[in-house]
Design a protein around this ligand. Structure first.
Ligand code: MLT
Length: 274
């Protein structure tokens, strides 16, 4: 299986964006947008299992993985600008876009700005509403914790709130790997992503205008974007399907990679058939 990592210049001088491509160059493109505060490495289970049939395109958001953080003054518009730069460089034609949580926020805003770049959409453990006051205050507290306690302590707090009950006991190696992945990001990069999420706009009014096949997924134990909320989002998107990933929390693609992969493969197959 061919894997290669490219570096794409962003529109900000000195900020380079890393993007990994896996699979045959002539296969249909599946864009994978990772969640916060991870990097493209969170898609490792899918990079391994799906790459035969599709060309996977997995960028690191600015400030995550191998992409530069810039000055940390990141907004959702910056993240969408970065995404369009990456797509121009590696997949200018319409792609299937898949975003988990923060990746979904980026995807929903990208759809509002340039819908023609996407031929289908997969929204995982995400939502269209912006942060309310409570959420913004939690982001402010996270900025403080990153400054006072550092990234590893922040990672512990974050993981305790997103995994399904029992995942830590059942799979301590997974938790250790996730912790390492978070800890490899810089505090500056993570703070930039917090700022972008706290100031993002409401994409709910645009859901009814999504005109491509859409799949909405949620872990059955996702406390951040509970399945009922994800289902309600799916109901606003014309013709969207909804699927629950049993036993998974907020990180459904890593907590239940097989069920997640099945849901993705079935959806992709339905596009080929349609
Ligand atoms: C994520 O998984 O991307 C984040 O938890 C999203 C968020 O904090 O709103």
């Amino acid at each position: 299986m061919s894997r290669r990592v490219r570096t794409v210049p962003s529109s900000t001088p000195g900020v380079r964006l890393a993007v990994e491509e896996v699979g045959p160059a002539d296969a249909p493109a599946l864009l994978l947008l990772h969640g916060f505060p991870f990097s493209r490495s969170m898609w490792e289970p899918q990079l391994a299992s799906l790459a035969g049939a599709v060309r996977l395109i997995a960028p690191d958001a600015r400030g995550a993985g191998a992409s530069d953080p810039g000055d940390g003054q990141t907004t959702m518009e910056t993240l969408v600008d970065d995404l369009f730069r990456v797509l121009d460089a590696v997949a200018p034609g319409p792609v299937v876009g898949c975003g988990l949580s923060m990746g979904g926020y980026i995807l929903l805003r990208a759809l509002e700005r340039e819908a023609g770049r996407f031929r289908a959409v997969i929204l995982c453990d995400t939502r269209s509403e912006p942060d309310g006051d409570e959420g913004r205050l939690a982001r402010a507290d996270a900025v403080r914790r990153l400054r006072d306690e550092g990234v590893p302590a922040f990672a512990d707090g974050f993981l305790s709130s997103v995994l399904a009950p029992g995942t830590s006991e059942r799979d301590p190696e997974l938790v250790a790997a996730l912790r390492r992945r978070i800890a490899s990001n810089s505090a500056l990069g993570i703070r930039g992503l917090l700022l972008a999420m706290a100031t993002r706009t409401d994409t709910t009014p645009s859901l009814r205008r999504i005109a491509v096949p859409t799949l909405v997924l949620a872990g059955s134990e996702d406390a951040l974007t509970p399945p009922a909320r994800a289902r309600a989002m799916a109901e606003r998107i014309p013709g969207a399907r909804f699927a629950e990933i049993p036993g998974a929390g907020h990180l459904s693609n890593v907590e239940a990679p097989e069920a997640f992969g099945r849901a993705l493969s079935e959806f992709l197959a339905s596009l080929d058939a349609g």
